[in-house]
Design a protein around this ligand. Structure first.
Ligand code: URA
Length: 440
């Protein structure tokens, strides 16, 4: 193949052939096409887009660049994917809850990305928890426990990692065909038979407006159907953090609280909707409404919590020890600071991105790939959009380690995350949905 002609053709808005796309991915993965040419092609795709056929062929080539998990025919697992948010701990709830409703869940998760948190980092706050299951063990656990959460191993869709890394440093992340193929290739490699997507929309998401969030949701569902997978997408608000806590250990504690029947309303509502979508896709004879009632009952009866305990135990985690630490507040870092309201009024903004950035900056996420994560760093959101606040009342409480050399910078970001005005319409949590869609 001639990579220069391939790049020029995309630059000029022409459609590539299937064999050109396959060759390009294979050669790039083998290191036989230099990264500057891959980067140039990505930028051409960013501006010119890809046709349905191109997106599908690109996705298949990424999936086939490594191993693909194959579940035995008697297990039909469902996977769930969020496009990334702040305070989004729903996976910790929906994976065991859907399993408790009789739907096997094989969840592949990532680490935190940019200002967004990652399920693997969160779960690693539980002493002993192993988030890296070897493929055979992953399949066995889905069979025996009904659910498993594992980090992406390097041999699943490895070419996707190469393209993603280059996108991250060339300003080409927010491209709908590239995001779609990145997500679906990893889900296909994970071997599940149906996918539920939570497409986040707002300041704390890759898609900041509803139109592009819907476009991404449609693209994910269309591509999944064309690749033989049933799917559904919910479009959900990420203009403010989900729940009341942002930060790894604190988010696990909040998810456990919800599984125990407590926890904030927004997290509960979204978790139940996502679980219902997973149950309906996994057991199509159950309607979405029936699936929602089943999810509510299973949550109330503690079945989701018991399944979470079982899953954590199977993966080597000691939930009792984690809960003891939570009861003594030891899961949170020791230095505490507050952000207070400058005046009285109504909270009109609680910017998810700025909160996520501050937690990351204080050590709760990574600024470079090799950074270790401090699981105790967190931000407790004390007021949300639409709440009445009084001057000097605390809006957020921040927990971090050490003397806070970085605090002044993080503080400035957090102060600018909050705005107070006279009135506001609080954002709706559920902004829309696409599907459920059967395979094409
Ligand atoms: N999440 C992914 O997995 N890939 C993207 O491209 C964006 C968000």
């Amino acid at each position: 193949m001639n990579p220069v002609a391939f790049i020029e053709s995309k630059r000029d808005g022409k459609e590539a052939t299937t064999s050109e796309i396959r060759d390009f991915v294979n050669l790039a993965h083998k290191g036989e096409i230099p990264e500057y040419q891959v980067a140039a092609w990505l930028m051409a795709v960013f501006f010119r887009g890809m046709s349905g056929m191109e997106t599908r062929t690109f996705t298949e080539a990424l999936t086939r660049s490594g191993r693909v998990i194959t579940f035995p025919p008697d297990i039909n697992p469902v996977d769930k994917h969020s496009t990334g948010g702040v305070g989004d701990k729903t996976s910790l709830v929906v994976v065991p809850l859907a399993a408790a409703c009789g739907v096997p869940v094989a969840k592949l998760s990532g680490r935190g990305l940019g200002f967004t948190g990652g399920t693997v980092d969160k779960l690693e706050s539980i002493p002993g928890f192993s988030a890296h299951l070897e493929m055979g063990r992953f399949i066995d656990q889905v069979r025996s426990t009904g659910c498993a959460i594992s980090g992406h191993s390097g041999d699943l869709a490895p070419a996707e990692a190469l393209f993603y890394e280059l996108r991250d440093v060339t300003g080409t992340i927010p491209s709908i065909p590239l995001i779609t193929s990145s997500i679906v290739s990893k889900k296909m490699a994970g071997g599940s038979r149906a996918f539920v997507f939570d497409v986040k929309c707002g300041s704390g998401a890759f898609m900041e407006d509803q139109l592009s969030a819907r476009e991404l949701a449609e693209s994910l569902v269309d591509l999944s159907a064309s690749m033989g997978r049933g799917s559904m997408a919910l479009i959900t608000d990420m203009s403010q953090p989900l729940g009341m806590w942002v930060g790894n250990a604190a988010e696990v504690a909040e998810a456990v609280d919800l599984l125990l029947g407590r926890g904030p309303d927004d997290l509960r509502e979204l978790s139940l909707r996502l679980t219902a979508s997973m149950v309906h896709l996994g057991r199509p004879s159950i309607s979405l409404d029936e699936a929602l009632s089943l999810a509510e009952r299973s949550l109330e009866e503690g079945k989701g919590f018991r399944k979470f305990e079982e899953m954590v135990r199977s993966q080597g985690g000691d939930l009792d020890r984690f809960q003891e630490r939570v009861s003594r507040g030891e899961h949170l870092s020791r230095t505490i600071r507050e952000i207070s309201a400058a005046e009285s009024g109504i909270l009109t903004r609680c910017d998810a991105r700025r909160v996520g950035d501050a937690v990351r900056f204080l050590g709760g996420g990574r600024l470079s790939k090799k950074d270790a994560v401090d699981h105790g760093v967190s931000c407790q959101i004390l007021r949300k959009i639409g709440d009445a606040v009084s001057a000097e009342e605390p809006l957020a409480r921040v927990f971090f380690s050490g003397e806070g050399v970085r605090w002044e910078e993080a503080r400035a970001g957090l102060v600018s995350a909050f705005e107070i005005g006279e009135s506001v319409t609080p954002p709706k949590l559920l902004l829309g949905s696409v599907g459920p869609r059967e395979v094409d």
